[in-house]
Design a protein. Structure first.
Length: 183
């Protein structure tokens, strides 16, 4: 199992290269065979002096996934919507979506992919045709209620906000409640 969180605060955790590097290291520590594959990549790239391309990293990941001893393999990618779409052709998000498509197209019988994201049109366009299961929490009543409860709790318990007038706190709570659907 490998897990990757796309973090808007960290440039290295918002792109395909960061994802690939993380997955390779995670599988490497779980399997001697995967370690050997990554070690070979390292040695063929000047013992770390040369940077492999994203394509080479992807090939290394594919080699790891084909190791028969891994059994069921789970890759979880959380918050894909945090990948930027604004710069580069293809954009960082488009590269990650291409990677997900490549992994899906391996038709690996033991590979399970779980991708979480807000509902973004480009992500839905690529992932929905690939998905065997799709769960949307976006409009779930329980999800919205939990967010509303958190907002109310936070505004009423925050040390600075508690000093505000009740009308001001209520205004903030009401404004945020109306925006919950946009998360």
């Amino acid at each position: 199992m490998a897990f990757f969180y796309f973090d808007f605060r960290d440039e290295e955790k918002r792109n395909c290269r960061g994802l690939l590097a993380s997955l390779l290291v995670q599988f490497c520590v779980q399997s001697d065979d995967c370690y050997d594959i990554l070690s070979h990549l390292y040695s063929t790239h000047g013992d770390g002096l040369l940077q492999p391309s994203d394509g080479v990293l992807l090939d290394c990941l594919k080699d790891m996934l084909m190791v028969g001893k891994l059994g069921s393999t789970y890759i979880v990618m959380d918050a894909l919507d945090e990948c930027p779409t604004i710069s580069g052709t293809p954009s960082a998000r488009e590269k990650v979506l291409n990677l997900v498509t490549d992994l899906f197209n391996l038709n690996h019988p033991n590979l399970r992919l779980c991708v979480t994201s807000r509902l973004e049109a480009d992500i839905q366009t690529v992932l929905l045709p690939l998905a065997s299961h799709s769960v949307s929490l976006h409009d779930e009543t329980g999800q919205i209620e939990d967010i509303d409860k958190y907002i109310t709790f936070f505004v009423n318990s925050d040390r600075i906000m508690r000093e505000w007038r009740k009308e001001d706190r209520d205004l903030v709570i009401n404004k945020l409640h109306r925006r919950v659907a946009g998360m």
